[in-house]
Design a protein around this ligand. Sequence first.
Ligand code: SAH
Length: 354
Amino acid sequence: MNEIVEAESARSGKTPIKGHTLEELTELIHGLGEKPFRAKQIYNGLYANRYESWDEFTTIGKDLKNKLEEKFSLSPLKVAKHLKSVDGTQKFTFESVSGSGKEFESVWIPSGDGGRKTICISSQVGCTLNCRFCATAKLPYQGNLKAGEIIDQVLQVERIVGDKATNIVFMGMGEPMHNYFNVMRAAKLLHDSDAVGLGAKRITISTSGVVNGIRRFIENREPYNLAISLNHPDPNGRKEIMDIEEKFSLPELLDAAVDYTKAMKRRITFEYVMIPGVNMSPEDAKKLVKIARRMDCKINVIPLNTEFFGWRRPTREEVDEFLRLLEPAGVPILNRRSPGKDINGACGMLAAKS
Ligand code: SAH
């Protein structure tokens, strides 16, 4: 394990420009008395060319550059901490240059199948949900991230590792559906071909089961993948480990999931944290099979990473047995290896202290 602390100067007092849409930049440029096409140049420079200083915007004249430099900083984030795992995973702790002191984490996961390189990003500082198995839940909740702070996690991580991600997952700290506006705005900037330009199918939004958020997602026909952290196939059992079950019950959640697959003609992903003695019995497997058969889905099972309340990780034999019991579902099942455990970068381990 190797720790690098990046010292980046906080350009305080200026507004970070990242996170603005093309329409907003156009308005902003108009306000400075400049022609609209300048907005497109800035937009491309920020998200496609990823310029790090105003000097790099060579198509923009000196006068405008000076005006921009006076008012706006380029990056809203600085790196507070950077850890590298023995397995190649890297965890970044970011904080806002505005000096709020709030910290949140992103994870670079380079080792996926078929050359997949994933960045796992945060949508909130802490989380209001109280999932019993998740380390983020133990932190005080400190608010939503802005769109610029969300997208800049991707740009900063890619800059530092010197490589580009093939996939982005909103599976870091926070509940994306509780920060819908900023998350979808950042996703759009990641997707837009004039900005970061990632295919919509390479962007996954994960929710603990915020049904009104899923309904909004369907209504707006958001083109991204949707993942649901199911984690238990029975409402009573689910209530024991996830408070969200009190607000949106499992039957309601599964109806929304079916509607998503039908309306969007897309496969949905269920995530399932495996906890021996909690959600891995033959009875649980049977119920999960029944759920999976209702819709076009795949299941990602994740062995528990942290150990709370005396819960433990399942053994290889327990996982194999559970997977065998799930076979009748006839859907793809992936055992997520969850890399980065030595740097607390694996699923459910993100807990930057503020
Ligand atoms: N709030 C959203 C986004 C976070 S995704 C959501 O719940 O979907 C984080 C994923 O890691 C979720 O699927 C969650 O169930 C899983 N997870 C949380 N704690 C974990 C742990 N201790 N071990 C393994 N997976 C965990």
